[in-house]
Design a protein around this ligand. Structure first.
Ligand code: F3S
Length: 236
């Protein structure tokens, strides 16, 4: 067991005079405890007003993405003892509007996603006796493209997003490429065209923060480069 000091961003929209401030809490943590376990302990035993999102506790829903000691990650995936620190700072994801404490508005994430039409578009009628089929090799090309849990960590870490809140964002580029690369999709242009915009692909300066921030080890930068090539070569 160890006593860890948590410095947590507090913000209450009903108390504008106070604004943002850091509040300290002491938590007894043991091996195996995650940041989320400790936040729950604070909320349940010390301060019920502390506000944060959480749901699955298994790195699947993306709800508990936050900035932990300056690095975007899922609170349910980061083990406290692995950080080897007596004091841990927890802040809301950067770049988004803070609603309360550690909760941010993910509106920009949703707006970017909607622009790329994040669903399979087909023009031909579906086969009557089977699904639309792919070969195992065609299916394999989608690995690393479909696993995004929409936590918002990548876009929050991107300087292009900090400078332009209309920036479509690496999360949406990855999703666009997931459908552009899918051999069953019959309208790749419909996913690509919205990206050829001042808030789109050309605003990416290959900074790679999005790759570093992704808790699922995905690579939006590679997808962005494939999408740029597809646009420049007018491949579709
Ligand atoms: Fe941003 Fe990732 Fe491009 S961090 S600038 S989207 S490589």
């Amino acid at each position: 067991m160890a006593t860890i000091t948590f410095k947590i961003n507090r913000f209450n929209p009903d108390d504008e005079r106070r604004g943002h401030f850091m509040q300290k809490y002491q938590v007894e943590a043991k091996k195996g405890d995650t940041i989320l376990d400790c936040l729950n302990r604070i909320k349940w035993k010390q301060d019920g007003s502390l506000t944060f999102r959480r749901s699955c506790r298994s790195g699947i829903c993306g709800s508990c993405a936050m900035t932990i000691d300056g690095v975007n990650n899922l609170a349910c995936e980061v083990q406290v003892m692995a950080l080897k620190r007596d004091t841990i700072t927890v802040e809301p994801l950067r770049g988004y509007t803070v609603i309360k404490d550690l909760v941010v508005s993910l509106d920009p994430l949703v707006k970017g996603m909607l622009k790329v039409k994040p669903y399979m578009i087909t023009k031909t009628p579906p086969p009557t006796d089977q699904e639309r089929l792919q070969s195992p090799e065609e299916r394999e090309k989608l690995d690393g493209l479909y696993e995004c849990i929409l936590c918002g960590s990548c876009t929050s870490s991107c300087p292009s997003f900090w400078a332009d809140k209309e920036y479509i964002g690496p999360h949406a580029f990855l999703k666009a490429y997931r459908f552009v690369a899918d051999t069953r999709d019959e309208a790749p242009r419909e996913h690509l065209e919205p990206l050829d915009d001042k808030h789109g692909l050309w605003r990416c300066h290959t900074i790679f923060n999005c790759v570093e921030a992704c808790p699922k080890d995905l690579n939006p930068t590679k997808a962005i480069s494939e999408l740029k090539k597809a646009l420049v070569n007018d491949k579709f």
